[in-house]
Design a protein. Structure first.
Lengths: 193, 193
DNA sequence: TTGACAAACTAACAGCGTTAGTATATTGTA
DNA sequence: TACAATATACTAACGCTGTTAGTTTGTCAA
């Protein structure tokens, strides 16, 4: 059959759409091909394999997450900035849960390119913390703590692990963020000594 | 062929072994069957399907995790108990990463039995926090925060997301635990008012 | 000894990612 | 404008997956 001007970007875009609508679990190259009106084998003219496709989608997710976070903290300082950062992260995770899951499925180990993307994850957090008087080393650790809290909360809520107890998940989230801010303030005091 | 006294527990045990040695990603019913010297179809005499097998393994993981945590906090109070709790959780996640991953793949939604297992996850945390003067509602929230920090840290470290920056991951972990203890102390003050 | 049950088997199905080999439409060049 | 090269599609197939149906057979109880 004839070609239809299908680009690599189209394939990745359709994959993102399919993951968001059908769920990461139900994603398959055959159905993706169907959505593009081609056969599965033809996809390999545009992508090397499924891993590469996931990597590409991972890039997209990370850059989107970076965008909403940078937008959120613009013009804000200290606790206000950190709260805005967390809220943007949390909202992204709740609104696009299937896409969010792609990040963790990335093969961080071998792929140097994706390693670079790691800095895109870190940058907004570092910016939000910039108002605090912290050493560079403290920030490196605190950045990991922030990501732990956020990722742990989002993925467990999504998995349904927060169903026990009749207390609002939103309140638990607020407490988690408050905990991180307490840690920031405490670290700041330590740095001054 | 003849039977060999194979039990349901043998199947589950072999599955756990295989997941730990080959990785959750490489687990398959056919290879599991091979390890037991039967054909894949014969497994269905012992288990309903793969989901049920995962659920069963999930039970095992949760109960093991509960055990090591309860052992760790025995005879300890407040910050010391919480640190021991976290350390036991962290150690479990690092020593048995593939098995740990099974927990999150559990279908928490429909399965009421697994919902009950949720209380096994919560119990050690509640015990460790018992020394603090907290309201029941505070504990419900704090329990979620604890699990978020721990799960987020373990799964990101395991995925290789903490490779950036030349600072020790162990130090980041210590800071994360310190943050949670700060939150506990702060919550305690609030509760006294 | 016989009947019932449990546990193994074979064969097959539909789905998956992936590769090899082939046809054809478009594009760049002479 | 004609031709060669390239890009994009195709079909067919491979080996893998979980799962089901139907069949055989060993074991245990009446």
């Amino acid at each position: 059959m004839a070609r239809q001007g299908l680009t690599r970007a189209d394939v990745i875009g359709a994959a993102i759409e399919m993951i968001e609508s059908e769920g990461l679990h139900n994603f398959s190259l055959r159905e993706l091909a169907g959505r593009l009106h081609i056969k599965a084998a033809s996809l390999y003219n545009h992508i090397r394999n499924m891993d590469e496709l996931y990597t590409e989608i991972g890039y997209y997710v990370i850059s989107e997450l970076k965008k909403v976070q940078l937008d959120a903290i613009a013009g804000k300082q200290k606790a206000e900035a950190v709260k805005a950062l967390a809220d943007a992260y949390y909202r992204f995770g709740k609104e696009r849960p299937e896409l969010y899951k792609v990040i963790l499925s990335l093969p961080m180990v071998k792929n140097d390119a994706i390693h670079r993307a790691g800095f895109d994850i870190v940058e907004p957090i570092m910016s939000a913390m910039a108002g605090y008087h912290l050493t560079r080393e403290q920030m490196m650790h605190l950045q990991r703590v922030f990501r732990s809290i956020m990722h742990g909360f989002i993925s467990q809520e999504e998995a349904g692990c927060f169903r026990q107890f009749p207390v609002g998940v939103g309140d638990s989230y607020q407490m988690a963020v408050r905990g991180f801010i307490l840690l920031l303030e405490s670290s700041e005091k330590e740095a001054r000594e």
